[in-house]
Design a protein around this ligand. Structure first.
Ligand code: ING
Length: 316
């Protein structure tokens, strides 16, 4: 009998600037109950799940952004009901939030996610490593994407934890576009990767068909899950946030690279799969038997070189 785990992705519809943590928490608790009614034991919530996607705005006043968009403690009085309800229902969960912390004698800000066990204990923490966008103000742009201004690059690495009887790793949003991130988790034995995202439907830099952005989201999720033989659970925050659209398409993808469940709306929506955690066994024993097939002696450039440099061979 193979190991099964009922996993849900709890997609959050729009949170506007006027929405409070309390509003967000009420909606998250409602979805937790929905997931529970489906029999889910592990629920994945989105990136920055307690506020609107604030990196789309330029703020001068750091005290204002710290107060509005970062959690100095997790949980806090406003977010505590989510943690209480999860513990009551015996559900483990992943959730993303803006982390405000004092470390090494200074104030630091990260785009963070945590794994909380069904008994309410903090099991894992991840700080987003691939920060997209820019740090400077683009006054002529329709909207900003200031993750490089509002967050530091994560300093905790890509790690896995023993969580809900599975080896579970975490990522956040843009990380899903970088194969290296998945491979580092898979090389640690990851069986499940949980990932929350907030992805604008419109491209800030050039006119890109919105359907193409969804296409990229879908193909990368399937490819990364298959090439690393993992269950990949991706939960969106989406819909029109003060008029700024972000797409949904929350996904649960199997190690075979198949979309086992996908959201259909851009609202609060829970999708759930009874994941066979041993589905990856044959893949890991054969085609993706890393120990048997990988040749890292030929991959050195992946670590040594940051940007692409044209270096053609000068012999056949
Ligand atoms: N958002 C987007 C993401 O990586 C993005 C930014 C969109 C980058 C499309 C490149 C292409 O999904 C976050 N929050 O990372």
């Amino acid at each position: 009998m193979s190991r099964h785990l009922k996993i849900a992705a709890a997609q959050l519809g729009p949170l506007n600037l006027a929405d409070t943590r309390t509003t967000a928490t009420k909606r998250l608790v409602k979805m937790l109950r929905d997931a529970h009614s489906m029999g889910a034991k592990f629920v994945v919530f989105p990136e920055l799940a307690f506020s609107t996607f604030f990196p789309r705005y330029w703020y001068e006043d750091q005290a204002e952004t710290d107060r509005k968009f970062y959690e100095a403690t997790i949980p806090s009085a406003e977010t505590q009901p989510l943690f209480d309800e999860a513990k009551k229902l015996g559900i483990g969960f992943y959730i993303g939030y803006g982390e405000l912390t004092q470390e090494e004698g200074r104030t630091r800000r990260f785009n963070t996610s945590i794994l909380v066990g069904p008994d309410g204990t903090l099991v894992g923490k991840y700080r987003k490593i691939h920060l997209p966008g820019h740090a400077e103000h683009k006054p002529k742009a329709k909207f900003q994407h200031l993750e490089k201004k509002y967050f530091e690059v994560g300093n905790l690495g890509f790690r896995v934890w023993n969580f809900m009887d599975a080896i579970t790793g975490m990522m956040i949003c843009n990380d899903r576009r970088w194969p290296e991130a998945f491979r580092v988790l898979a090389l640690q034995g990851a069986e499940i990767v949980a990932l929350g995202f907030n992805t604008p439907s419109e491209n800030l830099d050039y006119p890109e068909p919105p359907a193409l952005r969804v296409h990229h989201h879908l193909i990368t999720a399937q490819a990364m899950a298959y090439q690393n033989a993992i269950w990949l659970v991706e939960a969106a925050k989406c819909g029109f946030e003060d008029g700024n659209r972000m797409f949904g398409h929350s996904l649960i993808v199997s190690p075979t690279g198949e979309i086992a469940a996908k959201s259909l709306s851009e609202e609060d929506e829970v999708i759930c799969v009874n994941a066979d955690l041993d589905l990856a066994t044959d893949l890991k024993r054969t085609v993706f038997n890393f120990a048997a097939h990988r040749r890292p002696e030929h991959y050195k450039l992946i670590v040594e070189r940051v940007g692409a440099e044209v270096t053609p061979a000068d012999e056949p």
